[in-house]
Design a protein around this ligand. Structure first.
Ligand SMILES: *Cc1c(COP(=O)(O)O)cnc(C)c1O
Length: 456
């Protein structure tokens, strides 16, 4: 008998090309899961099965699926003004959202605050905006030699050509390398890479020293450093000590270079503080936001920047203006969703609740550290990651051909939990509404999935 879910699967595969997927693996290696609706932390399949969304649908969802307050804000906005071009025109949600974002942006004493917001449509587009702004600012000053970006090894900033150029994950980048700008890569401060006996803080300082030598070797060539503060998410949830960010801030200032903080994945409470930069007490020159910005409802990105950077584009010439534009820049529906998202942070005291949830996640994750194939369990706020290795030591990975991560994915999916590993790194990055019972299920299924994926 062909079920309703089967029918949707075949209609889908007849016409759709899915992201981040070797389509040949459908349907035999990878099951395709048609979803009918969402309810809090649950996704509900067309076959009536429930799946716990432990990865917040690619890190976008904050308060659960179909959150009624955000849904209502979008519906209300749609009946009032669905869209208007943002060149020459203005609207309430775009202005209010910019005001609110600037009011909560990271601050650093003795440093001018972030005062301007530029909107784009998704994370990658936001990164493009930040890169182009930094580059263009120096051009406008006649410093044409400042053409290079410094990015971190194992970093990720999106899929468009500029964003991919500053990313360092071979699987996504290698094929397109001939198309990409040449970027200077600095060693990652990743605490997992610490030498035996080296603390995460020492590792951070070492990586900062290595960044300093890059500046010394390329005097006057660099326009900006781009990084993901505290957690390199797509790079396998690799985490670093906040001291690194302090040092990078100092180095950027010493060399007159912009610091771009890509908080697309780590912003909006993911790391424990509202923004990750707060844990280092630093403010960037450009802050990229997306993903959780709309609570996971609509694509939107915001790039926050300083008055100094903004003023560098004021001129009689149009060419000196920042002409970057997307048709849907500052879309009112997306801005309304983002405003509702920010209201929920206040109404529900989300950061305080997350502290409790994160502590519970730590308790539930701790026993898994004893597993013979778990080489590392690490956590920053609402992100917990499990590094699966052939031996519990940090250095003997599984043969990639075994596809241990994929096996764990399937084992968890069969048990109603969405864990979508990054290679052989399993992680929890759940919607903030996840409750005790759901957390217990998550921990239980994670253990079973690791057992099943790693047994010979
Ligand atoms: C997801 C992500 C991006 C890209 O965002 P998209 O909306 O997927 O284009 C950029 N930077 C980081 C850190 C991300 O995690």
């Amino acid at each position: 008998m062909i079920t309703d879910a089967d029918a949707w699967r075949s209609r889908d595969l007849a016409v759709l090309w899915h992201p981040c997927t070797q389509m040949r693996e459908h349907p035999d290696v990878l099951p395709l899961v048609p979803i009918e609706r969402g309810d809090g932390a649950w996704l509900i399949g067309r076959d009536g099965r429930r799946y716990l969304d432990a990865v917040s649908s690619w890190w976008t969802n904050l308060f659960g699926h179909a959150e009624p307050r955000i849904a209502a804000a979008i519906a209300g906005q749609a009946r009032t003004l669905e869209h208007v071009l943002l060149a020459g025109f203005s609207h309430q949600p775009a202005v209010e959202l910019a005001e609110k974002l600037l009011a909560i942006a990271p601050r650093q004493c003795d440093r001018a605050p972030l005062t301007k917001v530029f909107y784009a449509d998704n994370g990658s587009a936001g990164v493009e905006v930040a890169l182009k702004m930094a580059f263009h600012w120096f051009r406008n000053r006649g410093e044409d030699h400042r053409t290079r970006f410094v990015a971190l090894e194992n970093g990720y900033h999106g899929e468009t050509l500029g964003a991919m150029a500053v990313g360092d994950i071979p699987l996504y980048r290698r094929t397109y390398a001939p198309l990409l700008a040449e970027v200077l890569f600095a060693p990652s401060p990743d605490a997992y890479l610490a030498a035996p006996g080296q603390s995460p803080a020492q590792r951070a300082l070492q990586a900062a020293d290595e960044l300093a030598t890059i500046f010394d070797r390329h005097p006057g060539e660099v326009c900006a450093v781009i990084l993901e503060p505290l957690v390199q998410c797509a790079g396998g949830m690799r985490m670093h000590h906040p001291e690194y960010l302090k040092r990078v801030r100092q180095l950027c200032d010493a060399h007159g270079v912009f610091l771009i903080a890509d908080e697309i994945a780590v912003g909006f409470g993911r790391t424990g503080t509202f923004f990750a930069c707060e844990q280092a007490g630093i403010a960037p020159d450009l802050l990229c936001l997306s993903k959780g910005l709309t609570g996971g409802f609509l694509p939107l990105a915001a790039v926050l920047t300083t008055q100094e950077l903004y003023d560098g584009f004021l001129d009689d010439s149009r060419e000196r203006a920042f002409l970057h534009s997307h048709s849907y820049t500052g879309n009112p529906l997306a801005c309304a969703a983002a405003l509702a998202t920010l209201r929920i942070f206040d109404e529900d005291d989300v950061l305080a609740r997350n502290k409790v949830t994160a502590a519970r996640m730590a308790q539930l994750a701790a026993p898994l550290a004893q597993h013979p194939h778990v080489a590392d369990v690490r956590q920053t706020g609402m992100i917990v990651a499990f590094e699966l290795m052939r031996d519990g030591d940090k250095h003997t990975p599984f043969d990639p051909a075994l596809r241990v991560g994929l096996r764990a994915y399937r084992a968890a999916l069969e048990r109603g939990v969405v864990l979508r590993p990054l290679g052989d790194v399993l992680y929890w990055m759940p919607p903030y509404c996840i409750d005790e019972e759901q957390l217990a299920l998550l921990a239980d299924v994670t253990r079973t999935a690791i057992d099943e994926a790693t047994c010979a």
